[in-house]
Design a protein around this ligand. Structure first.
Ligand code: IDP
Ligand code: MG
Length: 226
């Protein structure tokens, strides 16, 4: 197995020299001098990557991002804000719910337990401010500890919504969190961001950047193709 960050991805390896065992990529019509310049540039970059791979910050040269320079490598990662509501915490469902996201293969990058202030709860559910259930919802979400989380992975926002299930637990499919663990819309145990913009807003609302860890699971090569 190759070390994370060391394995060269085909797309960035540069055109092959036509040697046995190497895949051939056709050269565009370039003058010979330009071709040689590109060849040596690819070789120099590869050598530098191999040399400095052990020094790169952990979690930056993640294999899921191929061999991109580390400044770009974490840009592609999608994140979602997930919260276990007070009913889920009170009913001892934290391990069960967390485990479902872990087993799916997503990466936990933020986790804390807190009883939200009214201000935080009202901002979080601001889009529902005019709805008749708003006051009750804020009372409920501030009534006890909430487990706030940030999960990361390709497609995590939409996938988490599938894992969570429909808002009304009686309409949620069996196998989903709400379908398996809840019966009432006002006690539906979990929240999940519904779009990239809401994910960004909610993560910034509940977490400071310092509370989020950028890391690479040791088994990342077994989770996603590099
Ligand atoms: P979501 O949690 O599936 O995204 P939203 O429509 O965004 O669903 O509603 C936010 C939360 O507000 C729900 O999870 C639920 O706790 C609560 N809620 C939504 N509709 C009702 C309702 O009709 N009665 C009581 N609570 C509701
Ligand atoms: Mg919602």
């Amino acid at each position: 197995m190759t070390l994370p960050g060391v394995q060269a991805s085909e797309g960035l390896r540069g055109p092959s020299q036509g040697k046995p065992g190497r895949s051939r990529l056709a050269w565009p019509p370039l003058p010979r001098g330009a071709r040689n310049w590109f060849r040596w540039r690819f070789r120099a970059m590869r050598a530098l990557r191999l040399l400095f791979a052990p020094c790169l910050p952990k979690g930056r040269a993640a294999p899921e991002h191929g061999n991109l320079p580390f400044v770009f490598s974490s840009m592609a990662a999608e994140r979602s804000f997930i919260a276990i509501k007070p009913d889920g915490v009170q009913r001892g469902l934290v391990g069960e719910i967390l485990g479902r996201f872990e087993r799916k293969g997503f990466k936990l990058v933020g986790l804390k337990q807190l009883t939200p202030s009214r201000e935080l709860a009202e901002s979080h559910y601001g889009v529902h401010r005019e709805r008749p259930f708003f006051a009750g919802l804020v009372d409920f979400i501030t009534s006890g500890p909430v487990v706030a989380m940030v999960w990361e992975g390709d497609g995590v926002i939409a996938s988490a919504r599938k894992l969570i299930g429909a808002t009304k637990p009686l309409e949620a499919e069996p196998g989903t969190i709400r379908g398996d663990l809840a019966i009432n819309i006002g006690r539906n145990v979990i929240h999940g961001s519904d779009a990239p913009e809401t994910a960004e807003f909610e993560i910034g609302l509940w977490f400071t950047p310092a509370e989020l860890s950028d890391w690479t699971p040791a088994d990342q090569v077994w989770r996603a193709e590099g």
